[in-house]
Ligand binder design. Structure first.
Ligand code: C5P
Length: 274
């Protein structure tokens, strides 16, 4: 069995308002991507000191699970590529795990697709797609703990072709009707969705490489307008009639979207020393 992680880091980060791609934005003095890679390093080596150093020279946990490849999907601009390539290089040096780089696309799904193509190229047809587990991680979820990656890998390896980590929803969620062309606020409640059935889905989402290949064939056969509504790979699996397993996510795995998320992540780092 093989394990690979694709980190999609090609988003523009417009909503952070820093004028640079989100994965490059500094969080506690390091690019957001470096926080993701630290946790993936912990997955492969066991916990590290807050500074990011391993617990001591030559002490990676021998029981830690292996990882066969990481693919980083990067934005196009030169300065981001330099910053993020350096993060990848640091990870490769620390772990010995091969890091492959590729350029993302205009949408998250085209970036994921670029990552899968790069993985297939790197595997050069020698990996069995049915026994290769691939996690797709948003760079924006900088704080996803190593345990969530492990849980998702384990669920795929236990036989689920598609796996999402998720949390119960604490807010009451209502479906609303927005009056077409009406002023803001002109909305009425259609129904209250039973909360016990709702989950907020996070990343990493896990798949067999075989299912990802099938998913791209499936998408390729759909009209563009329909394909565009399937914004993550789990949705494609659902549309294909493949059962998607749900495993516990983490409160720490919030997606950094706006400035307040960045501030919340900073304070989490300060309080936990993570
Ligand atoms: O924009 P949003 O926060 O939904 O992006 C989720 C993840 O997808 C981020 O990690 C972002 O870097 C990535 N992404 C990408 N390519 C895009 C858009 C988003 O890799 N074109």
């Amino acid at each position: 069995a093989r394990r690979a992680i694709i980190v999609v880091a090609a988003g523009s980060g417009e909503r952070l308002g820093r004028g640079i791609p989100k994965a490059c934005v500094e969080l506690a003095g390091r690019p957001i991507l470096a926080h993701v890679m630290q946790r993936i390093q912990e997955l492969t080596q066991g916990p590290m000191n807050p500074g990011g150093a391993a617990p001591g020279p030559g002490t990676p946990d021998p029981e830690a699970p292996g990882l066969d490849a990481v693919v980083l999907v990067l934005p196009a601009d030169k300065s981001s590529v330099e910053t993020l390539t350096a993060v990848g290089e640091q990870f490769r040096t620390a772990t010995g795990v091969p890091v492959h780089l590729t350029r993302g696309g205009a949408s998250r799904s085209s970036s994921v697709r670029a990552g899968v193509h790069e993985l297939l190229r790197a595997a050069a047809g020698t990996w069995d797609p049915a026994s290769t587990s691939v996690l797709i991680q948003d760079a924006a979820r900088a704080m996803t703990p190593p345990g969530v990656y492990e849980t998702v890998f384990a669920a795929v390896e236990a036989g689920a072709p598609a796996v999402v980590p998720a949390l119960r929803v604490t807010d009451t969620i209502k479906r609303v009707h927005t009056e077409p062309g009406a002023a803001t606020g002109a909305e009425t409640v259609l129904e209250t969705v039973p909360r016990s059935e709702l989950r907020a889905v996070q990343t990493p989402q896990g798949f067999t490489l075989q299912l990802l290949q099938r998913a791209f064939d499936f998408i390729g056969d759909l009209p563009d307008a329909q394909a565009e509504t399937l914004t993550d790979e789990a949705m494609i699996a659902e549309a294909m009639g493949v059962e998607v397993a749900v495993v516990p996510g983490s409160e720490q795995a919030v997606k950094i979207t706006g400035p307040s998320d960045l501030a919340a992540a900073e304070s989490l780092i300060q309080t936990t020393g993570a």
